[in-house]
Design a protein around this ligand. Structure first.
Ligand code: NAP
Length: 285
């Protein structure tokens, strides 16, 4: 079987063009979309993620600010920053880069972001809207996966989807989105018995675990669609996913590479959410 390798970079480029046009339309009316990223501490991966988000914001015409707080910043300090940004009309999207240092309660911080500026889609209000089928801001990674599946013309209605990972930012919202498209969804996690017995019957497998090469060719059925969300840094410096990519070639219908698959789509969806936040604010004004 010929395996199609889904090119997340090319797809993200196309989508960003459309986002840029929407941002320009808002700018013409004096309503340039604005995004703030807050980073606390010195986590090297977080630094890379935030700088990518800032760079892409500029590319698509979103005004962006980067707030950097030291690892010893207090929860109260972070809450005060968020409250000030909630009231700032130039800012339509606020994201707090995770993970936060252990002394800060992540839930409290995410709940402090105004739901209409919560472009990561992590506020309980937005999680609830997604769960009830009225999504406002969908978490960026699962939104990116859905955009990929749609653009690739992959049918979901009535098909078996197996997600590995049950985090609030990837696995759970991914399950809701696939369910809303008519897939029969199974969520697996670290307590799942016999993971392969689930993945082998899936038409669509989404791996969001954080374990290099966890999913090998023996775990998927011929002709499946395999989406690799994982990002893992090996000791030799290489970046790999949760899927043994090479082993999939010739066996599955479609697979996403790492890097160059889901990652660029995640950043693109953040831009889409920010422009949407600015459009909604402009309509409400
Ligand atoms: P997470 O919060 O650590 O969740 C990982 C999930 O995997 C958990 O539900 C865990 O189960 C499950 N798990 C761990 N070991 C397992 C095993 N051996 N078998 C089955 N399930 C297992 O991670 P996350 O934030 O969802 O991220 C997952 C991966 O995606 C990471 O590599 C992350 O870097 C990457 N990521 C990529 C993007 C992107 O843009 N491409 C965006 C976000 C995240 P329990 O719940 O039982 O512990």
């Amino acid at each position: 079987m010929d395996t199609r390798v889904i090119d997340g970079v090319a797809l993200a480029r196309r989508l960003r063009e459309a986002i840029r046009e929407r941002a320009a339309e808002l700018a013409k009316r004096g309503r340039t979309p604005g995004l703030v990223a807050i980073r606390v501490g010195d986590d090297p991966a977080s630094k890379v993620y935030v700088s990518t988000k800032m760079r892409v914001s500029v590319e698509v015409g979103i005004y962006s600010e980067h707030v950097e707080l030291g690892a010893d910043a207090t929860e109260e300090e972070l809450l005060r920053r968020i409250q000030a940004l909630n009231a700032e009309p130039r800012i339509h999207g606020i994201l707090v880069q995770l993970p936060l240092p252990k002394h800060i309660a992540t839930d409290r911080i995410l709940e402090a972001i105004a739901p209409e500026k919560d472009v990561d889609g992590f506020h309980p209000c937005n999680v609830g809207l997604l769960a009830t089928g009225q999504p406002r801001f969908v978490p960026c990674t699962p939104a990116g996966v859905m955009a990929m599946l749609e653009t690739e013309g992959i049918a979901l209605d009535g098909r078996e989807a197996v997600i590995i990972g049950r985090s609030n930012i990837v696995g759970k919202p991914m399950a809701l989105l696939l369910l809303q498209k008519g897939a029969t969804v199974t969520i697996c996690h670290s307590r799942t018995q016999d993971l392969s017995s689930h993945t082998r019957r899936a038409d669509i497998v989404v791996a969001a675990v954080g374990r290099p090469h966890l999913v090998g060719a023996g775990m998927v059925k011929p002709g499946a669609v395999v989406i690799d969300v994982g990002i893992n840094r090996l000791s030799d410096g290489r970046l790999v996913g949760d899927v043994a990519f090479q082993s999939m070639l010739g066996k599955v219908a479609c697979v996403t590479p790492v890097p160059g698959g889901v990652g660029p789509m995640t950043v693109t969806m953040l831009m889409a959410n920010t422009v949407r936040a600015a459009e909604l604010a402009s309509r409400a004004a």
